[in-house]
Write a protein that binds this ligand. Structure first.
Ligand SMILES: NC(=O)c1ccc[n+]([C@@H]2O[C@H](COP(=O)([O-])OP(=O)(O)OC[C@H]3O[C@@H](n4cnc5c(N)ncnc54)[C@H](O)[C@@H]3O)[C@@H](O)[C@H]2O)c1
Length: 320
């Protein structure tokens, strides 16, 4: 199927990822059917989309007059058939559970049009496994969005063993059209591409924290103002080319034998989790938060994060 044939989008699951994915298609002008198990889940999801769009407006990314028409294109439903029977592009954003996703994909295939592309937002599963019971596997693909999905530009487009080139290319074209930064990934590696890099960085960062090389605040400050600053604009390989590969080779050879290479989860991370310190949502992580951190304060922290991210989005990637 070609990009021009995609008229209607379906998003299955309206949680942290699903509502933001739906919002992105809505503001790009597509009608979206948002499916979840209960009305009581869909109502707050719709409210979050409205709130997000207000934040986008405050940041100067959408006009007030664009919000109401976008919201009118949203239909919520608790009936899977209604969600997918007339859809051309379906994004599954249900919980990260292989059996659940396999069932859902099998059901969706029996209800949706033959031409529809069915995408999964899985973080860690293989499309080949999720779609094992689907007959027409060439139309399955992973689209891995990053949280918050309505703000972070990159979406990894990962092919399964049977995903056709047309499916992958149409998916990339659709994501480009709605303003995302899709990256086509040809091998089903665990962690795809970005999470492999992110975990490699996290291992070293936590090791430096454990050794007391700097405080949590200073480690984050160092990253934000140096590699974070550069990578957000030009990526890694161009950074290396511009710096000089001869210099990079010397530094690499000097540093690589000295940095953390363990494949066990770092003790600091294991320790915090085993004591029930899960980060901001429990009041403690690498940083300390108010002990009675409430839902309101958590929402406020997320709002502040999103306002920061929207500044970056506007400066670097927003094209409308
Ligand atoms: N949260 C993240 O940071 C993140 C990032 C990238 C990818 N993902 C992936 O996206 C997917 C969704 O994650 P999330 O964080 O939005 O989860 P979530 O728990 O916030 O939302 C999942 C939603 O799916 C609904 N649901 C449950 N069973 C369902 C079914 N059978 N059919 C349709 N919907 C169903 C739930 O009611 C819930 O609203 C997962 O595969 C996850 O691994 C998450």
């Amino acid at each position: 199927m070609k990009l021009g044939h995609i008229k209607t989008i379906s998003v299955l699951g309206s949680g942290i990822m699903g509502h933001g994915i739906a919002q992105t298609f809505l503001i790009a002008g597509y009608p979206v059917l948002l499916y979840d198990l209960k009305e009581s889940i869909l109502e707050p999801a719709t409210a979050r989309i409205k709130k997000n769009l207000d934040l986008f407006h405050d940041a100067g990314l959408v006009k007030k007059r664009e919000i109401a028409p976008a919201l009118r294109k949203l239909t919520t439903t608790t009936e899977l058939r209604a969600a997918v029977e007339d859809c051309d592009f379906i994004v599954e954003a249900a919980p990260e559970n292989l059996a659940l996703k396999q069932d859902l994909f099998q059901q969706v295939e029996s209800l949706c049009p033959e031409h529809a592309i069915i995408a999964s937002n899985t973080s860690s599963l293989r499309m080949t496994d999720i779609g094992s019971r689907v007959k027409r596997k060439e139309r399955l693909v992973i689209t891995h969005w990053f949280n918050p999905p309505h703000i972070v530009p990159t979406v990894e487009v990962v092919k399964g063993e049977k995903t056709s080139e047309v499916t992958a290319d149409t998916t990339v074209a659709l994501l480009t059209k709605i303003g995302k930064l899709p990256v086509k990934i040809n091998l089903e590696l665990p962690g795809f591409l970005v999470n492999r890099i992110q975990i490699a960085v996290a291992r070293e960062v936590i090791d430096l924290y454990e050794k007391g090389v700097a405080s949590a605040e200073d480690i984050d400050k160092a990253i934000k103002g140096s590699i974070g600053f550069r990578l957000a604009s030009i990526g890694m390989l161009l950074t290396m080319d511009l710096g000089g590969l001869d210099v990079w080779l010397k530094v690499y050879e000097n540093v690589i034998p000295k940095i953390q290479s363990s494949i066990e989860a770092p003790k600091a991370l294991q320790g915090l989790v085993s004591q029930g310190h899960y980060g901001i949502k429990t009041g403690k992580g690498f940083y300390d938060y108010a002990l009675d951190f409430s839902k309101v304060e958590l929402d406020e922290a997320v709002r502040k994060r999103d306002e920061e991210f929207l500044k970056r989005l506007k400066a670097l990637y927003w094209k409308q």
